[in-house]
Design a protein around this ligand. Structure first.
Ligand code: BTN
Length: 269
């Protein structure tokens, strides 16, 4: 019952709410940072363990997939990153993004009691707009990445009017979708529990067993989408996702089966 301004996301407050095994057992809180993913990568390079959590109340250069900017309202939203050491090759990491996006979507649906969907691979949609996003970044260098940082942004107690004008029609927030404010620490604890459970499942059994879960949330299932390939716009229908996390589509016309990995996909209306 914290709201009424909510207050900073101090580690003690997060720890009181946590019910996880290792996600968030060690917490770094920054009132302001460039990006929690950047801060987490720095900590991972210095040897921090899997599960270490970085949280901030303000990012000065928050980022999303494909170099998009991630905007958030100071002290009102959730900005956090978990350090992972999955011991997988870079090519086997795409499902991590989908696993975290599905965990965020399932948690928001359960807690907020609203319809939630995912837009492949990393966007979470609810209340008529984007409510959350996930950005997974692997360490660079040769061979298997030493770590992956997975950052999540959730629009919680902000309202669309807080956002830059260009984003207002595209975003949604928990407060807007439900008409009330949320205790960010409690929401964070629920998100981390769902993320840890799904990530552990992924480590044990791979993505195959989680694929259906993700496909059930997929907003574009069976719908017409378009994307850029070899310099031209291609239209296709969405068939589902593969065990490697790629988006399976069938082109229109022509019916060629393709798998997308890094494209920006637009859902046609
Ligand atoms: C996207 O929309 O493409 C993903 C957005 C991910 C935003 C989160 S906020 C916490 C973490 N830090 C960042 O700079 N990005 C992620």
């Amino acid at each position: 019952m914290i709201p009424a301004g909510d207050g900073p996301l101090l580690p003690a407050r997060i720890r009181r709410a946590l019910g996880t095994g290792r996600f968030g057992r060690r917490v770094y809180y920054f009132p302001e940072t460039e990006s929690t993913n950047t801060a987490a990568a720095r900590l991972a390079r210095a040897g921090e363990d899997e599960g270490t959590l970085v949280v901030s109340d303000r990012q000065t250069r928050g980022r999303g997939r494909l170099d998009h900017e991630w905007w958030s309202a100071e002290g009102r939203d959730l900005l956090f990153t978990v350090i992972l050491r999955p011991g997988l090759s870079a090519g086997a990491l795409l499902p991590v993004t989908l696993v975290f996006a599905a965990a965020a979507a399932a948690t928001l649906s359960e807690r907020l009691c609203v319809d939630v969907a995912v837009k492949w691979p990393n966007d979470v949609l609810a209340g008529g707009g984007k409510i959350a996003g996930v950005l997974a970044e692997a360490s660079s260098g040769t061979g298997q990445p030493a770590f992956v940082v997975v950052g999540t942004g959730v629009n919680v107690n902000s309202v669309p009017d807080d956002f830059p004008r260009a984003l207002r029609g595209l975003v949604s927030t928990c407060r807007q979708a439900t008409g009330r404010e949320w205790d960010r620490a409690a929401l964070l604890a629920s998100l981390l529990a769902a993320m840890e459970a799904r990530y552990d499942h992924f480590l044990r059994e791979g993505f195959a067993g989680l694929r259906r879960d993700y496909e059930e949330l997929l907003a574009a299932s069976g719908r017409r989408v378009s994307f850029e390939r070899d310099g031209r716009r291609v239209t296709a229908t969405v068939e589902g996702v593969g065990d490697d996390g790629g988006l399976r589509v069938r082109t229109l016309p022509g019916g060629a089966d393709l798998v997308l990995y890094s494209e920006e996909v637009t859902v046609e209306t």
